[in-house]
Design a protein around this ligand. Sequence first.
Ligand code: C2E
Ligand code: CA
Ligand code: CA
Ligand code: CA
Length: 275
Amino acid sequence: AKGRAHNQHSLFQWEMQENVTARAKLEGELRSAIEDRSIVPFYQPLIDLKTGSLCGFEALARWRKLDGTFVPPDRFIPVAEETGLITTLFSQLLQTACRDAAAWPEHLTLSFNVSPIQIEDRLLVNRILQIMKDTGFGAPRLEIEITENALMGDPDLAAATLQKLHAAGIQVALDDFGTGYSSLSQLARFQFDKIKIDKSFVSGSVANEKNAKIIGAILSLGRSLNLKTTVEGIEENSQLGYYLGQGCDFGQGYLFGKAMPQEEVPAFIRNRTEI
Ligand code: C2E
Ligand code: CA
Ligand code: CA
Ligand code: CA
């Protein structure tokens, strides 16, 4: 029994070591990828559910390896956050996205994710404004998406950042709504223009009556607080019909389109406008 415990212990240590090595490798690769500009924004369409028209795109980071495969953002964004690389990565991606989006038709917006740790960066708003100046992309067309976890650390600093964004004319959305802590108190304390309901509530939710009811309640709460609402992860027509009926403003999901490279955006805009 003693031998077995010993073996398990070694196995555990071995796995830990493996993780540390894999992690160090990923960090090194991430650093080079940022230097080589191998991480670029893709764009996922946002649809006005009432009219069915395209109203903008969310920028989603895509890391393309030399062999053509992609590293998903859920793997490298956390590493970028922990190593501080997120600041450089953010500036690069926002710069590219604003330059791309400045060439889209005037009425289309750009949504961009900001990591929770960036909310406590006092230079964040200045950096955003400088990029908008450099690219000529107008503040009212930009929407910053932040998750509720961003507001937990230093709420006063977070509130000041949101205030500065609003003062500059930039829209702010509360992302992944319902998945973090104390969502409702965040709505009372901070100023948002929009809430985005996370796709975890949506998958199969028309079939899952409880989830559908929760979303219905969030949508009516949003309405009474004068907030716009987006439902994320719409994959089926039945879901589209349901959330439209519940008064949701905007939709995002594979039903309308996955995130695509900039080269594919003009054709998507053309096709979507002809319909
Ligand atoms: P998010 O902000 O909640 O973005 C929505 C995610 O849902 C995206 O995953 C998108 O591809 C996916 N999605 C959209 N519609 C559907 C659908 O109908 N079905 C399914 N199954 N999925 C759908 P993605 O691109 O893998 O990004 C994951 C997360 O990584 C994002 O979640 C966001 O938190 C983070 N992320 C991505 N790009 C950036 C970035 O530039 N900066 C920061 N800070 N975070 C980013
Ligand atoms: Ca988002
Ligand atoms: Ca997220
Ligand atoms: Ca989400």
